[in-house]
Each structure stands twice: as C-alpha cells, then as structure tokens.
Design a protein. Structure first.
Lengths: 341, 316
C-alpha cells in the first residue's frame, strides 16, 4: 500500500498515520533487512562460531587463505550468477572448466605457447562454448538444464581426449604456476583474478545499461520484450560472458592444481551451485554479484574451518554438504518470515 | 493419407527405426555384438539403468527434478555391503536398512522441495552430496567386497529360464508403473501436477502430498536398483553414481521424442535406456575409447531435446 503511494505520489491521511507509527517503521526496516540481507545473519553466525572454535580462524593470514581457496569457486559462481540473472540456468561449467584446463595444459606443454596467448585462448574457448550454450538455450529455446548438461557431457568427454585421463604436470612452466599460486604482496594472484572478475561483472551488471536490461529479461521476459529488449540477444550475451568466466577459472585452476586434470572441476559442482544459490535467492531475492561472492566466502570459511578443526577428510565430506544445507535452510526461512505484511 | 501416415510413423516412432539401424550396424560391424552371451549381458546390466530411469521419470512427470539418484544409488550399495560384510547383520535386516536409507533420501528430497521451498534441482543435489559424504564416512573411497546368501544374490545374479532375474523384475515394475501412471487416479493426477501445478491445486489435487509420494517412490526404485547392482557385482561400489547421470537424462529425453511427443512416458524411457546402453555396448565392441561415451551421451541428449522441441513447434 505504502509502496503504491510512493510510486503514484499520492497519499491519504490513513497512510500518513501508518508512516508515522514508529513500531511499523521498525517493522518495515526489519522486513527490508530480512528480505534483502538474509544471508548476512548466517554469515555472521558462521564466522563467530568458527572464530570461537579455533583461535587462528580470524587472523589476516587465514582470511587470505580462505580467499585463495574461494577464488576459483567465486569466478565460476560469478559467471553462473550472470546467467541466472537472465533467468536461465547453466550446468555446463564443469565440462567447460575441464576442457579449458586440459586444452591449455596441452597447448603449454606440447606446443610451448607463450603465457599470454594461452590465457587468451582459454578465455576464447570458454566463450566459444558459452556461445554454443547460448545458441542452444536462447536461440533454439531448448530447456536450459538439459541443454547445458548435454554440453557439459560433450566437453567433459572431450577433455579426456588428449591424454586418456593421465595428468599433465605443469611445474616446468612457472608462469602458469604463478597464475595459480604466485603472490603479489601478501595476497595470491587468483584472489586478484577473482577481484577483477567481480569488478568486471559488477560494472557490467550495475553500471551499464546492458546489465539492467539483462536483469529485466530475467525478471519478466514478456515485459522486457514489450519494452523493446531482445530476450534472445541478452540471454545469448549472458551465456557468452559466463563462458568467458569459466575459461578464466579453467586457466587459474590449472595453475593452482599444478597439473592438468580431466576431472578437476567435478568436485566444484556443489560449492558453485551452493554459492550462487545462496547469493541469488537470499540476497535481495534476485541474482546478484555481491551476494554470490558473500555466499562463496561463507562456503570457503566452512571448508577452511573444517580443515582447521582437524577433521578427517572422509568426515569433512559428510559435514560440508550438511552445513551448506543448514545455512541455506536458515537463510530461506529467515527471508520467508516477514514482520509486516 | 499415406503421406501423413508416413510422417506420423517417422515422427512418433522414428527412434525405433534409428534404434533398429544402430542395432543392425553394430551387428555387422562387431562380430561379437549380436551373440547370445552379449545380448543376455546387455539386458542383465541394463536392468539397473532401467530402474534409475524409472525413478527419475516418476519425479520428472510430477514436474520436479531429482538429481539425488547419482549418489543415493551408490550409497544403497555401500550400506548393504557394509551392514552384511562388516557389521555382520542378517541379509534381510541389511536389505531393510538399505531401502530405509533410500526412503529417507526421498523423504528429505520431498521435504526440502515442498516445505522448505528450495528449488528441487538444488535440494536434490544437496541430498546427493550428503549421501556422497555418508559414503565417504562409511568406507572412504573404497568399494566393500561382500558375499551374499543365495536368495539375496538371486536379485542380481539369478536367472529364470535363461533370462536374468533383475531384468524380469525391472520388466514387472515397468508394467506395474505403466498401469499406475496411465490408468489410476494417482498417475493421471501426477501428470496433471506436472503440466500445471497451480491449476492442479485449484481443482483440489493434493499437490504437495503427490509430489512427496513421487519423490519417495522414485528414491525407493533407485534403492532397488542399488540392491541389484550390489548383488550383481558382489560389492558395495562407492564411486559408481555420477557416470549414470548423463545416460539417464539422455534416456528420459529420448523417450520423450517418441509415442506422445514432449511427454514423459515409461515405455519411451525404456526404449531410451536400451538405446543408450546398446550404443555404449557397441562402442566398446568396436574398441572406441571409454571417454567418447559421455560425449555421445551429451550429443544424444542435445539431439533428443532438439527433436522434441522441433516436433512440438510443428504441431503447435
């Protein structure tokens, strides 16, 4: 009711009375907080609990560790987030990541391509596969989950093609290793890559008109079409950009692992979905970059905390998804319960 | 008249012709393909895939998405082998335990999707990874060898009249579910929910209850597939699940291109499952490396989805 009046500029006496009531104002503020920032509460709880459990959790050094751990997940999740903002879903990242990782490993080790061109080629391959996704989903109108799983299968299979599943070691190529583990000051390079990816995505999504249009396509495709925004074009663009981010993640992960591994990205499936979903659904209620990064950071803290608490990896595999799910349920239920109307 | 009949035959039964073509091709290209032993082997190991496809289809008909089978399936095998060979339980109670785990997974899927209102895709993938965690907590990444008493081993290794028992069981389940989904109130209402959940709720169908039932049924069938797999290989397999994901999706979507285009049918999914396994089997006979199988699965999946969409557009 209040929102209506604000948009029309009209207000009645009754509304003014409602506006003046302090209790209602507090209620509305809490409402806004719960609706827009529901993820902050679990995030604070996680950080507080972990820093109580282990003294060295809340130190600068450990925070940089978490950021490093989170960097690849974050880059992938930012890419996925752009696709989700356009109202579609993309599962192909693990196939794309594996394929880019193996292709770059082969290009470096067998053909001695220079560092810069390998990175650019990785991004280009990612974008090409993103364009294939975009073609299938946005131009041919295939169901998004099925089409992208299919594409993931195609490229997950192809990534075995070069070596039939054998690793390609990268330690003879210091520049690739530097991209994954090198340091600039106290912070490792992947973190800078993550920050750059976030800044690029943020500018694209919130500072340029294209991002606004892309979001409009995601929120209401029919309305966007009537307003003269091409849904086909913007969804294609979203898939293309996401493919670029997956490509970057592929190259960075190659450096971080120190080897080209055709199944490297399979383990990242849950964290990436969890980060994007937490950020997307719980933070402002729509796909957004900052929420996704916060989500990735929470997941990273949980993983890091389990390692710090010296939990055996077989147990950690069980606790991790359970904790993710609990955080998710908490965020969903906090957001659902409203104080006022 | 003749022409439209031809078009209908190609349109609705095209996959059968393609399947026949593939079959004939492999029979000529690989001498050991069309032999008694290989055919029995093919239906022997397709039985589990048939059940996975059935479980996925039931949930998919109700309009939800169940990815949890990719780790519920290995979890059931691991639980069964673990309780029998390490804890020394009696086979029947271990079997009950394994099915109980599958039931719980289905219950959790339904609860998270229907009552916590997490989208089914994410809810089921979380459940899948929790199952993965349980597997690791129980065994680490190792498989558990296990000896089964004859009546339990009969699930996976038994033959009746030269035909594998697990295939007969899968066939019986397919007949039962074709009947349930096609001719009972439950089945028709499940299709109605899948088409439009809001409309179904407005005409008084208990949407949440039915979807919950679909999730539980789906998981129980996946559990049965796990029991068959475990008893066939005589071990709890910790790492088997994710490889089935793509072929199962591809099979269900191949099934959607047949009979009633754009609709999930049980018998269509059956043919889809056979198609996928026949292609994989034939490729192995021709000596094509294993990593082309996910590639082919992905290509078939995209092709099937494309065909469905193209046909639907023509009809509309």
């Amino acid at each position: 009711m209040v929102a209506n009046n604000r948009s029309t500029g009209l207000s009645t006496d009754k509304d003014i009375l409602i506006k003046k009531s302090i209790l209602l104002r507090i209620g509305r503020a809490m409402n806004w907080f719960r609706y827009n920032l529901a993820l902050i509460i679990p995030a604070i709880v996680v950080v507080v609990v972990l820093s109580c459990l282990h003294p060295s959790f809340l130190t600068v050094r450990n925070m940089t560790n978490i950021l490093r751990e989170v960097s690849v997940i974050g880059i992938l999740a930012v890419g996925l987030c752009i696709v989700m903002a356009s109202g579609k879903f993309d599962i192909s990242f693990y196939g794309v990541g594996n394929f880019v990782m193996m292709t770059c490993a082969v290009l470096v080790s067998s053909y001695q391509l220079p560092f810069i061109s390998v990175v650019l080629l990785g991004i280009a391959i990612g974008m090409a596969i993103g364009a294939l996704n975009g073609f299938l989903v946005s131009i041919l109108h295939l169901p998004d989950i099925m089409a992208t799983i299919g594409v993931a299968g195609l490229f997950a299979g192809l990534s075995y093609m070069y070596t039939e599943g054998v690793f390609i070691w990268m330690y003879a190529f210091p520049r690739i290793i530097w991209l994954g583990t090198g340091k600039v000051g106290p912070i490792t390079v992947p973190v800078f890559v993550l920050i750059a990816a976030v800044i690029i995505a943020y500018i694209f999504m919130y500072k340029l008109k294209h991002g606004l249009r892309l979001e409009a396509v995601g929120i209401n495709p029919d309305a966007a079409t009537h307003a003269g925004i091409s849904t086909v074009k913007y969804r294609f663009l979203a898939f293309l950009l996401a493919g670029g981010f997956y490509g970057v993640a592929g190259v960075v992960y190659l450096g971080r692992m120190g080897k080209g591994l055709p199944t490297g990205f399979d383990a990242l499936m849950l964290p990436v979905f969890a980060a994007t979903f937490m950020g997307t659904a719980m933070f402002k209620g729509k796909a957004n970059i900052i929420g996704t990064v916060v989500g990735a950071f929470i997941l990273g803290s949980v993983m890091n905390g389990l390692t710090l608490l010296n939990i055996h990896w077989t147990r950690a595999d069980l606790y991790r998804p359970v904790i993710f799910l609990i955080i998710l349920i908490a965020a969903v239920s906090i957001r659902k319960r409203r104080v006022v109307g | 008249m003749n022409r439209s009949l031809f078009r209908k035959a190609i349109g609705n039964y095209g996959l059968l012709f393609i399947y026949a073509g593939v079959f004939v091709f492999f029979s000529f290209a690989a001498p050991a393909f069309f032999t008694h032993g290989n055919m029995i082997g093919l239906i022997h190991y397709t039985a589990e895939m048939l059940l996975l496809v059935l479980g996925f289809s039931i949930v998919f008909i109700s309009g939800e998405f169940d990815l949890s089978f990719m780790y519920v399936f290995p979890l059931v095998t691991v639980i069964l082998a673990f309780f029998i060979s390490i804890l020394g339980w009696s086979p029947s109670s271990a079997l009950v335990m394994a099915m109980l785990v599958a039931f719980l997974a289905g219950l959790t899927n339904g609860f998270l999707t229907m009552y916590v209102k997490i989208p089914s895709f994410f809810a089921t993938i979380s459940v899948a990874f929790i199952c993965f965690g349980v597997i690791h907590a129980v065994t680490g990444p190792y498989s558990i060898p296990c000896y089964f008493v004859p009546w339990l081993a009969f699930f996976g290794q038994g033959y009746i009249g030269g035909i594998p028992f697990n295939f007969i069981l899968a066939g019986i389940l397919y007949i039962i579910f074709t009947f349930i989904l096609g001719m009972t109130r439950f089945g028709r209402q499940l299709y109605a929910i899948g088409d439009d959940a809001e409309a179904a709720r407005n005409i008084g169908i208990k949407v949440n209850l039915y979807k919950m039932l679909a999730f539980i049924l789906g998981s129980l069938i996946v559990g049965l597939a796990g029991v068959m797999y475990c008893t066939r290989l005589a071990s709890g397999q910790a790492t088997t699940g994710p490889g089935f994901m793509l072929p199962v999706f591809a099979a269900v979507f191949l099934g959607m291109t047949m009979f009633k285009v754009g609709r999930v049918t049980i018998y269509g999914a059956l043919i889809g499952a056979f198609f996928m396994n026949t292609v994989a089997n034939g490729m192995t006979h021709l000596g094509i490396p294993f990593y082309w199988q996910p590639f082919v699965s992905g290509a078939v999946l995209i092709g099937a989805v494309l065909t469905t969409i193209a046909k639907e557009r023509i009809e509309i």
